[in-house]
Design a protein around this ligand. Structure first.
Ligand SMILES: Cc1cc2nc3c(=O)[nH]c(=O)nc-3n(C[C@H](O)[C@H](O)[C@H](O)COP(=O)(O)O)c2cc1C
Length: 362
């Protein structure tokens, strides 16, 4: 018996096991439209037995992309390109979700392999927005583009863009919707006091700083079907003095639960250059915080950060820290990581694989 290979039901959706692929930008879209790369990338992990696949941060507006190669759901053509990919993933037995978001003051960047720095407007970049006019990297040269502070009308319009992207996510066949509220991107940058210095209704105390996230989640919940799961990825700690703590995030998660959020995907960091990065070796201790949030709120949690082997993934579930073990980079190393972990835990992988594979090697 393996807890990792027990199914998980959230609303009307049953996930075949507790292994999730965390969202990962592929920097391979054209004008936000998915390409053959995405079919192969998502398809391979669905074939490999992964229970829940969350597609990369997908921008709700063109200026919400992290890089020019990032995915989008601001037009119907983008939803149409995603539909066959999602149909294929489902045909392999995976549940397919998407993370919708806006990169805020970290948008308009070069792809990581091109250095990842902000791109000037005349060099493939675009004007960026944030809670205030402060650049991410005020003392550095990487992400030092100055955002314009969003007006209240801008904030309301952005919430409407999230709603439109949620509707398109449904058209594209996604079964789970995740709102990106982490890593220093737009919604997190409003929530964290490290970035938000506003003194209007969208800044100041917890109520003010959390308002944009709460209003957006509430508006999205109106259009995202009640029987399908809604998740939010939070940076459950900013990992730095003066930033958000797990207690702040438990308060946020409690508010989101009341708004109909089913799951918190517990990531961390990314708010400022000094805060810990959201990818790296030091993300490992995030899983413990997923456990704290789960215990305090009773919500379904996904734990993520440096999970690479079967025993460790099994322990994420049996220890009660999370309901799903999300792996990002391990899925890049091995698209068949779920089948591999099943074998390692003595579970026949066949029930977690499409017949074309499972019949012969399960
Ligand atoms: C190539 C790559 C792209 C990523 N893109 C996203 C993203 O689109 N949205 C997000 O929330 N996190 C993103 N992340 C972070 C991962 O989802 C995950 O939280 C992080 O890599 C830690 O998990 P791991 O140790 O299993 O890789 C990305 C990570 C990598 C390596």
């Amino acid at each position: 018996m393996s807890a990792l290979f027990e199914p998980l039901k959230i609303k009307d959706i049953t996930i075949r096991n507790r292994i999730g692929m965390g969202p990962m930008c592929q920097y391979s879209s054209h004008d936000g439209v998915a390409t053959d790369w995405h079919m192969a990338h998502i398809g391979a992990r669905a074939m490999g037995g992964t229970g829940l696949i969350i597609a990369e941060a997908t921008a709700v507006t063109p200026d919400g992309r992290i890089t020019p190669g990032c995915a989008g759901l601001w037009n119907d053509q983008q939803a149409e390109a995603l539909a066959p990919i999602n149909a294929f993933a489902k045909s392999c037995g995976a549940v397919i979700g998407v993370q919708i978001g806006h990169a805020g003051r970290k948008a308009s960047s070069a792809r990581p392999w091109d250095g990842g720095a902000h791109l000037a407007d005349d060099a493939g970049g675009w004007p960026i927005v944030g809670p205030s006019g402060d650049a991410f990297d005020q003392d550095g040269t990487r992400l030092n583009k100055v955002p314009s502070a969003m007006s209240i009308d801008d904030i309301h319009a952005m919430t409407a863009h999230f709603v439109a992207a949620a509707e398109r996510s449904l058209d594209a066949g996604y079964q789970l919707l995740e709102i990106h509220g982490a890593h220093g991107y737009l919604l997190h940058s409003f929530f964290t006091p490290l970035v938000n210095t506003r003194n209007d209704a969208y800044g100041g105390d917890f109520e003010g700083r959390s308002r944009f996230m709460r209003e957006t989640v509430a508006a999205v919940r109106e259009v995202w079907p009640e029987n399908l799961p809604l998740a939010v990825r939070l940076s459950v700690t900013d990992w730095i003095d003066g930033g958000l703590t797990i207690e702040d995030n438990i308060q946020m998660a409690t508010a989101l639960k009341d708004l109909g959020v089913d799951m918190i995907d517990c990531s961390g960091g990314g708010a400022t250059p000094a805060a810990r990065a959201s990818v790296g070796t030091r993300t490992a201790d995030q899983v413990a915080l997923a456990g704290e949030l789960r215990a305090a709120t009773g919500m379904i949690t996904a734990g993520v950060g440096c999970i690479t082997n079967a025993k460790q993934a099994e322990n994420v579930i049996t220890s009660g820290r999370a309901d799903l073990a999300f792996m990002a980079r391990e899925h890049l190393r091995d698209p068949h990581v779920a089948a591999r972990m099943a074998r390692e835990l003595g579970v026949p992988p066949k029930n977690h694989l499409p017949l074309q594979l499972g019949f012969f090697v399960g």
